[in-house]
Design a protein around this ligand. Structure first.
Ligand code: ZN
Length: 297
């Protein structure tokens, strides 16, 4: 706009002041200049009119101000983090990591361990109150304190031991994990790693329990230290999925033990693993009760 006005003003100035000069010598030339001037004004106004009908430019801050509702995207693969044998000296470190990362986990507790000390009972109380943690049954005596053969040779005693744990801890879930044995008894899966325990496993199912084993274990040594590094376990998780080694497609139950995370080095490894798994953005995390065929889906 400023350029157009200045241009016309300059022409008028020349026409008014340059009498007898070059411009005043030709009327035809003046007429041509006037034509150009009016054409310029017309074009300028036309351009403004065109701009008037253009949609208003969308400001960037208008776009960012629109907030879409958060939608939880369900990814294809699911990992069930499960921790056995608590409460014990590694459990509090687990709780801290789960709270920090806000991911669901299932703790298979041993009844006797809840009553082992005041500290263990206090940890149990905090597990009950934790919204990320699901509590499940790992028997009351942990197979007569690791006397596995004798324990599983007595199917009725096995059932009694799990019922005692359920009653003592007032568990509402019927999900159990058998001590020292990878046994599955669900609607869809029947699997027993050591066949001599089949009768006991069947008795549990008959009495209304659902036994959930595991697809991959984070092993530990006799002095309660982790065997695989977090990087190794990350590769194993990927390999189990890729090679379809899980009991149910795209569902992986990971077994670990509370006491193997007592040292800061090993609890840091667990924390790093969870952070890396979350970063990959291809896994859901769920509690075991959400596993397909366990009656909650
Ligand atoms: Zn155990």
């Amino acid at each position: 706009m400023c350029r157009a006005i200045n241009f016309i003003g300059q022409i008028n100035k020349n026409m008014d002041t340059d009498s007898g000069g070059y411009f005043t010598s030709s009327t035809l030339f003046k007429t041509s200049l006037l034509t150009i001037s009016f054409s310029t004004i017309y074009l300028y106004r036309s351009e403004k009119a065109f701009q008037f009908f253009q949609p208003a430019a969308i400001k960037e801050d208008t776009v960012t101000a629109i907030q879409l509702p958060a939608i939880k995207v369900r990814k294809k693969k699911t990992i069930y983090l499960t921790f056995d044998d608590g409460p014990n000296k590694g459990t509090q470190k687990l709780i801290n990591i789960i709270d920090a990362e806000q991911i669901p986990a299932t703790m298979f507790l041993v009844g006797e361990h809840v009553y082992g000390s005041r500290e263990q009972h206090n940890i149990y109380d905090s597990l009950v109150c934790n919204k990320f943690i699901e509590i499940a049954n790992h028997s009351f005596t942990h197979a007569f304190e690791n006397r596995y053969r004798r324990f599983y040779d007595l199917p009725d005693s096995v059932v009694n031991d799990f019922e005692r744990c359920a009653d003592s801890l007032q568990l509402t879930s019927n999900i159990v994990r058998t001590p020292g044995r990878n046994i599955w008894r669900t609607k869809n899966i029947s699997s027993t790693d050591i066949k001599t325990t089949s009768a006991a496993a069947d008795s549990l199912l008959t009495k209304g329990f659902t036994a959930v084993g595991w697809d991959l274990e984070w092993h530990f040594t006799n002095d309660q230290r982790l065997v695989q590094t977090d990087s190794q376990l990350l590769r194993q998780i990927d390999s189990v999925f890729v090679n379809k080694k899980t009991k149910t497609a795209d569902q992986l139950v990971l077994l670990a033990h509370d006491r193997s995370f007592f040292s800061s080095t090993d609890s840091s490894a667990l924390h790093r693993l969870i952070i890396e798994l979350k970063k990959l953005d291809e896994y859901n995390f769920e509690t075991v009760s959400k596993y397909p065929g366990l009656g909650t889906q």
